[in-house]
Design a protein around this ligand. Sequence first.
Ligand code: ZN
Length: 150
Amino acid sequence: MGTQSHCAECGTAWADGQTCTDHFHMMGFWELEHQLYDVHHLMVLCYHLQHPGLYSPEGLEGAKKLLVVFVEEGVSPQAMRKRMSKATDSGRRKYKIKGTPDSYGGYAQPVEWEMVAADVVRAGIDDYYASVRKWAELTLRTLRESGNLR
Ligand SMILES: [Zn+2]
């Protein structure tokens, strides 16, 4: 009793004591165990976007842009890594990606996610790629419709 039953960040109702962190680890385990790496970038991005406090405010803004680039422009993570390493090498990135207790990301408008990590896990490993791709599309749509992404 007295245990938390909802995620304070993404609003997921935790069933059977499975938290969002557990779902995140489960997806990571599936990827590792079954070599399902193609959507790793989307999975990590969606998970963090739905838990914006893991980011710094600037990191969250960067992550939103990254989701647009991946989902709408269809840029591959390999191509993106090249772009980003160039930006990092030239010292253009002057901020921290990760949130701290004093400085972390959040959304100006309330967000109700249509799909969360728990849904991907529930759909099962056989649908993993399709689930994560749908999760990325819905995450982007929700961000737009809630007015948190222009
Ligand atoms: Zn959560």
